[in-house]
Write a protein that binds this ligand. Structure first.
Ligand code: 2AM
Length: 180
């Protein structure tokens, strides 16, 4: 079985901007800058032949390249239930269009439909229980004006998430170019 997801990789300059945010929140396990990405669809654990079906379906996608800007930060979960800090994404019909195509390709390959609404974000940190709500609020308010990009999005990527002794490793399996 292979644990897989489809995502946008980020240019080095955008990763560097996001990496600079990694401070001041005790209990935050920051994403390694090399691993920063924007998930389009989490596929989950699939057998290799199913992953090949997913690859073939993704390979048929024809969608235009576009520019994307990251904007602001936020958290999933509130107070003691905070679990994740993220960077947000400026509204982008082109991103929504691409994500819908990826979703239908993955479903065409035999995977169940994703029932959760697509909330585009880049995970900056996962939060331990001891992450203090005041610190989180300060982080979110202090970075409300974050802006990274616009960055060109000219491809998307099928990644494998390989569990390790610590954090999982994300390995790019295949790139899919968008139309220039
Ligand atoms: P997250 O960063 O918002 O948690 C690889 O795990 C990627 O797939 C992550 O970006 C993660 O999003 C996303 N993902 C979505 N659903 C997931 C799930 N049920 N389990 C693990 N990762 C998931």
């Amino acid at each position: 079985m292979i644990r897989a997801f489809v995502a946008l990789d980020l240019p080095p300059a955008v990763k560097a901007t996001l990496a600079d945010l990694r401070a001041g929140v005790a209990g935050a396990r920051w994403t390694d800058p090399a691993d920063l990405h924007l998930t389009l669809r989490f596929v989950g654990e699939v057998p290799e032949d199913r992953l090949e079906e997913v690859h073939l379906a993704l390979d048929e996608i024809r969608a235009p390249a576009f520019d994307l800007t990251l904007e602001g930060v936020g958290q999933f979960g509130q107070g003691a239930r905070s679990r994740l800090l993220w960077a947000g994404v400026a509204a982008s019909p082109a991103l929504a269009h691409l994500q819908a195509k990826v979703e239908s390709a993955v479903v065409r390959a035999g995977e169940p439909t994703e029932t959760r609404r697509f909330t585009p974000h880049v995970t900056l940190a996962r939060l331990d229980r001891q992450a203090h709500p005041d610190r989180l609020r300060r982080f979110v308010e202090g970075n409300a004006l974050l802006r990274a990009g616009p960055m060109p999005v000219d491809r998307f990527v099928l990644f494998e998430s390989r569990p390790g002794s610590g954090r999982p490793r994300y390995l790019p399996l295949q790139d899919y170019p968008l139309l220039g």
